[in-house]
Every structure is written in structure tokens, then in C-alpha cells.
Ligand binder design. Structure first.
Ligand SMILES: CC(C)(O)CC(=O)SCCNC(=O)CCNC(=O)[C@H](O)C(C)(C)COP(=O)(O)OP(=O)(O)OC[C@H]1O[C@@H](n2cnc3c(N)ncnc32)[C@H](O)[C@@H]1OP(=O)(O)O
Length: 258
């Protein structure tokens, strides 16, 4: 399928999805969000893809939802289309691992999109924020919920109430991003991390993703039960036999996703 607001490249089992609305700092309008979700679903069902990277430009991962598009909407409009529910549901339904490679602005919906990914690698130029309050609205794609789980109440309140931006180092210290790399090396580092994941058993990687994500939804005792059940079930796979045999035989495992 041909896309107008994103670019998709698939190489070495990694789908690199680049947001591409340079004139609007990758503001997330309906078209871009729709194309992004379709590209993610395509990658999820493509046997050649084992890990996905989403990135933007040097200046902006995404500067938020498209304010021009939203400004004309009424309560009835946004309520009837359930604005942003579809994007949230479609991205969270992706089973393969997704890395956000963030340079420049990741604001509002941009920060929320990065948080919808499984982890964030940030360039040293990255700036995160939930400035919706300056527009007379609150976050609508996870900025008051996921951000609070990532960075805790105090910093999340600070971000959501003052609308200030967090730089990459602060975001790493706060636990929002997993690592900070020089801007010039962002794509190289993100793709290399994705390739490392692509070398694992896909079955196991998807199970690990599912288990970590459950930790956001469940109390600890239920989460531990879920983890243990999934862990036990891995012993029914060929990849568990292969992984452990390869360790004992001092060779690289050849996983077959079975
Ligand atoms: C998803 C929800 C529910 O949570 C809601 C949201 O996401 S609301 C949006 C939250 N984001 C913002 O409020 C950020 C808005 N943008 C800015 O504050 C600034 O653009 C900036 C600080 C990111 C960068 O400033 P600067 O370098 O001065 O560039 P600009 O001239 O402002 O921008 C260039 C160009 O891009 C357009 N732009 C930027 N952001 C958006 C946006 N979110 N929606 C639509 N268009 C955006 C901006 O209007 C400029 O376009 P032109 O005027 O040149 O046509």
C-alpha cells in the first residue's frame, strides 16, 4: 500500500517506519495516524518483520496531534468519533516489539505515541512534553495515565500542569526513555537494538512483551501468576529446548519460532 505521510523500509527483519509531515513537525492528523496504524498492522502480519522502529525527523518525532484539524471540532464531533481511541487500540494490539526512536520534539500526542511503543531510545536532542494545557485541553492519548506510570505522580503532574518540556537526560533519569544516544547515531542504535530483538525467538519476544505489558494492568500477585503461567508454557516450545541446548553446547541458538 502507498502511504503519503509515512515512509516504510523493511531490511534485515526490521520495519523502519518514518513519520513524514516535515511542514507540520509530524503533527498527527487523521491521515497520518491511520497510515501509521495500517503500517504497523502490515508489519505485524508480515513474516519478514520481527521488530518495528518508529521514528520522525531530526527536529520532531511528532509535535502532537494536529491542532489545526482539532481546532474546528466540537464536543459532539470528538465524542462521536471517539477521537484517539482507535489509534490507542490499534497500536496496543500490535504483538511484535516496537521501539520509538525519538529526536527533537515529542510533545502531546507525540510523547503519547512514543509511550505507546515498547521502549524509547532518545537522541540527545529529544524534548518530551504534555503541553495540552496551553491549548485548553488535557492529554487524550495517555499523557495523564501512561506518563504517570512511567515517571510517577509528581513529575507527571509537573509536565501536565505546567506544560514544560523534559530534555533527554531528564527523561532517562525519570525512566521515560531506556537510553540516550548522540542524535547522529539514533537510527543506527535503534535499528541495531531492533536487530538484536529480531535474532531472538519471536514467540518468546512476543511473550515477554505481553508479560511486561500486563504489569501495567494487574496487581502484583495477578501479574506474577500471569508471568509464571507464560513462563511455564514456554517449556512446550521447541525454542526453549533449542535455547537451553545451545547454551550447554556453547553455540548460538537457532530459533525457529516454534
Ligand atoms: C493527542 C492529545 C489529545 O494529547 C492532544 C495533543 O497532542 S495537542 C498538541 C500538543 N502539542 C503542542 O501543543 C505543540 C505545538 N507546537 C509547538 O509548540 C511548536 O510548534 C514547537 C515548540 C514544537 C516548535 O516551535 P518552532 O520551532 O517555532 O516551529 P513552529 O513554527 O511552531 O512549527 C512549524 C510548523 O509546524 C506546525 N505545527 C507544529 N506543531 C503542530 C501541531 N501540533 N499541530 C499542527 N501544526 C503544528 C506549525 O503550525 C508550523 O506550521 P506553519 O505555521 O509554518 O504552517
Amino acid at each position: 500500500m502507498a502511504f503519503e505521510t509515512i515512509i516504510v523500509e523493511i531490511e534485515d527483519h526490521v520495519a523502519l517506519i518514518k513519520l513524514n509531515r516535515p511542514d507540520a513537525l509530524n503533527a498527527l492528523n487523521t491521515q497520518l495516524l491511520g497510515e501509521l496504524c495500517t503500517a504497523l498492522e502490515d508489519a505485524d502480519s508480515n513474516d519478514k518483520v520481527r521488530c518495528i522502529v518508529i521514528t520522525g525527523s531530526d527536529k520532531a518525532f511528532a509535535a502532537g496531534a494536529d491542532i489545526k484539524e482539532m481546532s474546528e471540532m466540537s464536543f459532539v464531533d470528538v465524542y462521536n468519533i471517539n477521537l484517539f481511541a482507535d489509534a490507542n487500540d490499534r497500536v496496543t494490539a500490535i504483538r511484535k516489539p516496537i521501539i520509538a526512536a525519538v529526536a527533537g520534539y515529542a510533545l502531546g500526542g507525540g510523547c503519547e505515541l512514543a509511550m505507546l511503543c515498547d521502549f524509547i531510545i532518545a537522541a540527545d536532542t529529544a524534548k518530551f512534553g504534555q503541553p495540552e494545557i496551553n491549548l485548553g485541553v488535557i492529554a487524550g492519548l495517555g499523557g495523564s495515565q501512561r506518563l504517570t506510570r512511567f515517571v510517577g505522580k509528581s513529575k507527571s503532574m509537573d509536565m501536565n500542569l505546567t506544560g514544560r518540556f523534559m530534555d533527554a537526560d531528564e527523561a532517562e533519569r525519570a525512566g521515560l526513555v531506556s537510553r540516550v544516544v548522540p542524535a547522529k547515531k539514533l537510527i543506527e542504535e535503534a535499528v541495531s537494538a531492533a536487530q538484536k530483538i529480531a535474532e531472538k525467538s519471536q514467540l518468546t519476544a512476543m511473550a515477554a512483551k505481553e508479560a511486561v505489558n500486563r504489569s501495567y494492568e494487574l496487581p502484583l500477585s495477578e501479574g506474577m501468576l500471569f508471568e509464571r503461567r507464560v513462563f511455564h508454557s514456554m517449556f512446550a516450545t521447541e525454542d526453549q529446548k533449542e535455547g537451553m541446548a545451545a547454551f550447554l553446547e556453547k553455540r548460538t541458538a537457532q530459533f525457529r519460532d516454534k
